[in-house]
Write a protein that binds this ligand. Sequence first.
Ligand code: PHE
Length: 338
Amino acid sequence: MSTLLTRLDELRDKAFGELKNLTSATDLEAFRVKYLGRKGAITGVLRELGSIEPEQRANVGAEANKLKNELTSAFEKHQESLKSKSIPDSKVDLTLPGRSRFLGKKHPISRTIDDIIDIFYSLGFSVAEGPDVETEWYNFDALNTPDDHPARDLADTFYIKDNILLRTHTSPVQIRTMENNKPPVRIIAPGRCYRKDTPDASHAPNFFQTEGLYVDKDVTFSDLKGVINIFARRLFGPEIKVRFRPHFFPFTEPSAEYDFSCLICKGDGCRACKHTGWVEISGAGMVDPAVFEAVGYDPEKYTGYAFGMGVDRITMLRYGIADIRYLYDNDLRVLRGI
Ligand code: PHE
């Protein structure tokens, strides 16, 4: 048998074997060039016809053409079937809606802290910071909080070891600031605080406060009320009402707790305000002279006010969140909606 006929047989096996596995347009084109092109394998055989016995030429030529025709039609069929399976013309359909990408955003607590900072900046306050892990001196003693105060109890506070604890409020930043600065002092201090509270709708073992402190000559309680009122209106709008209730804190005298009117029910009473129409924000008062003495300020010369703010409460009020745990569960279904 002519060697060219053998070659044609081998070519047939190889080509049909390869054709089945072609999937891309590039592979198809490479296949076409390799076997069916002007310089392809079949043409190669035809070119060699001149070198064989004349009586075999017709036969080999016919076989080569037959293979070419069969392969061409098989090739076209395969090409068609690939096309029908893929995207038309494998072009992008620009009319399809785009895939939306999830964009992260700031946590509602961070947004509230940013807004609190903006408002107090505009009133001349700067931002101070202190560590989350505190000593008893900064968290209690320097704040005139005696040994038998319930906040110092192991049951209420996370102690790391003797004398070292997770701060229960941001008030230690008052002490740190006054130790390092002479009056006048006008700061706010946002940050995380920790208490051994069992979680429920309004308690979490970690939460956020923002402390405020203003010390100068002739600072009065009405300055304190004024600044809290301005803050409330800037953050919540002119409708908001603020009330102060007498209270006790070891580090302020006189002391008060203050509430904002509930914006969820507009003061009528709802679950979020425990049907009182008011939401407790935190405590405030005039800095106790004992605190000034602890940091070396002259209480005869200076007066000052201090306040705390429950950032979580304010956030819940702003966004209408009924349960503080929503802020800490990291459930994206909730956080995305806020
Ligand atoms: N530190 C107090 C608390 O956490 C709040 C407070 C701050 C009270 C400043 C008076 C002055 O409850």
